[in-house]
Write a protein that binds this ligand. Structure first.
Ligand code: PFF
Length: 468
């Protein structure tokens, strides 16, 4: 039951589904497979899994505990538990949330647009030219983006129980059913085994510093960590709930969905390439350019159905994530600035959509934005190196690949050394249903040492390498 005016999740399942809904998204179904492709297959998967369980899981527990303890948004929570000068960590999270949603909504809009195309049997949207044509057709993309942001805002405006929890309870089970159905179907295609092998048999010679860092960034992005989304959701969690167990369920769900998405997509890719996986290079187009061709080869009726189901799945997964991204700045405005929820929701939705316009135009509609140069890569004479990124990728690099691991490092340092581990443990004991000694010891150790040191070191080295 709601015990205060901020709202509260109604049940344990409701919270776990909403948080897992935040975690499961484009990151799992769109980004994970192409990162695996770019990172050399199974070796990437192993590093990613290690990061999720060893580094991210303790950070997730800290975020939820901070949220539940303070019953506040990301900025307010740091202020309350620490000092005023820690509020900037929360603020960095709010900014990251705004920036991530600004480009995430664009890709979610593509998924929604592809759903409409597949449902009409327009499979030639799968070719490279057509994908570029689709993303450059800014009038359509604009409309898809507005529709997606509008649905997100509508859900968030209905609050925690009536909006976020309800949507997650409907969308998440549907998503599971769709992904398992599609995976089973993918297994029956010819050459499916070649795809599975590529995905599951590691080649460690492919591991480079860049691969390690992408796996870390992917783990944070995929688990919605490092920007206070789970502080915010945690603030709506009842004191009767076991945080450690919920965090374990959320992590397991997220990792399983990413894993299943790979099991579904690589057999599709292998089927299309007649078992030749040597040309798989990943990239953001993997799903949008490859899969429609697969659907087409299934024949007009089956292709239409499977294709539409796939992109609907992608849209649903994205929706439960955009909802959590929007909730971060909204909770901040509601708690700290005392703005009414509907006003906060709709004004943020409009502002974030506007911030996303350059990203929206950067996949073909505007030449400048399509080759938006990574300015930090200019040499001493001011000559720009060839690293040209579309504006959308640039925002992603800054907001998700940089802010999230950095935010995660600060959250771990804050929990261990400012809030202190005894306070964390006291919060975790409330509602704790099981007491696993080794797990509690690991969480302590990870928060005190592993997360700040390893996470901090990888993050700093990569920032220095990438930008300077
Ligand atoms: N976890 C989401 C995904 O994998 O698609 C993306 C995301 C949502 C990141 C919410 C951060 C966040 F706060």
């Amino acid at each position: 039951m709601a015990t205060n005016s901020r709202g509260q999740f109604n049940s344990r399942l409701g919270f776990v589904l909403a948080a897992a809904g935040s975690a499961v998204g484009l990151g799992n179904i769109w980004k994970f497979p192409f990162e695996v492709g770019a990172g050399g297959g199974a070796a990437f998967v192993l590093i990613y899994l290690a990061f999720c369980f060893l580094l991210c899981f303790p950070v997730m527990i800290s975020e939820i505990a901070i949220g539940r303890k303070t019953q506040l948004n990301a900025v307010g929570a740091f202020k309350k538990l620490g000092h005023h000068n820690w509020a900037w960590v929360g603020f960095m999270g709010v900014v990251a949330g705004v920036l991530i949603l600004s480009f995430y909504n664009v890709v979610a809009g593509w998924a929604f647009g592809y759903f409409l195309e597949m449902a009409q049997g327009n499979f030639d949207f799968g070719s490279v030219e057509k994908f570029v044509g689709f993303t450059a057709d800014w009038e359509h993309i604009f409309i898809y983006g507005i529709v997606f942001m509008g649905i997100t805002a509508l859900i968030v405006s209905k609050g925690i129980q009536g909006g976020i929890e309800k949507a997650a309870k409907i969308l998440m089970p549907t998503l599971f059913a769709m992904i398992i159905g599609l995976m089973i179907y993918a297994f029956t295609l010819s050459d499916a085994m070649a795809g599975i092998e590529y995905y599951l048999v590691p080649d460690f010679s492919e591991i480079t510093g860049e691969v390690i860092y992408s796996a870390l960034g992917q783990a944070f992005f995929s688990l919605s960590l490092g920007m206070g989304a789970l502080i915010t959701y945690g603030s709506y969690v009842s004191r009767k709930q076991d945080i450690v167990r919920s965090a374990a369920l959320i992590t397991l769900t997220d990792v399983s969905v990413a894993f299943l998405a790979g099991l579904m997509i690589f057999p599709f890719v292998a089927f299309l390439n007649a078992g030749d996986m040597s040309s798989v290079s990943g990239g953001p187009g993997l799903i949008f350019m490859t899969l429609p061709g697969v659907f087409e080869s299934l024949g007009p009726l089956l292709g239409k159905i499977i294709g539409a189901v796939f992109f609907l799945l992608l849209s649903f997964a994205a929706l439960t994530s955009t909802v959590s991204l929007l909730e971060v700045p909204v909770a901040y405005l509601v708690d700290e600035k005392k703005i009414k929820r509907p006003v906060a929701v709709w004004s943020m939705a409009i502002i974030i959509f506007a911030i996303g316009i350059p990203s929206l135009l950067s996949y073909g509609a505007s030449e400048t934005l399509s080759a938006f140069v990574n300015l930090f890569k200019a040499d001493a004479n001011g000559v720009l190196k060839e690293t040209a990124l579309p504006f959308l990728d640039f925002v992603e690099l800054i907001a998700s690949d940089t802010f999230l691991p950095l935010g995660g490092t600060f959250i771990a340092i804050f929990t261990a050394y400012v809030w202190k581990k005894n306070n964390l443990n006291a919060e975790l004991m409330e509602g704790r249903a099981t007491s696993s000694q080794w797990l509690s010891k690991y969480i302590d150790f990870a928060i005190m040492f592993i997360c700040p040191i390893i996470l901090g070191a990888i993050t700093i080295i990569t920032i220095l390498e990438r930008f300077f």
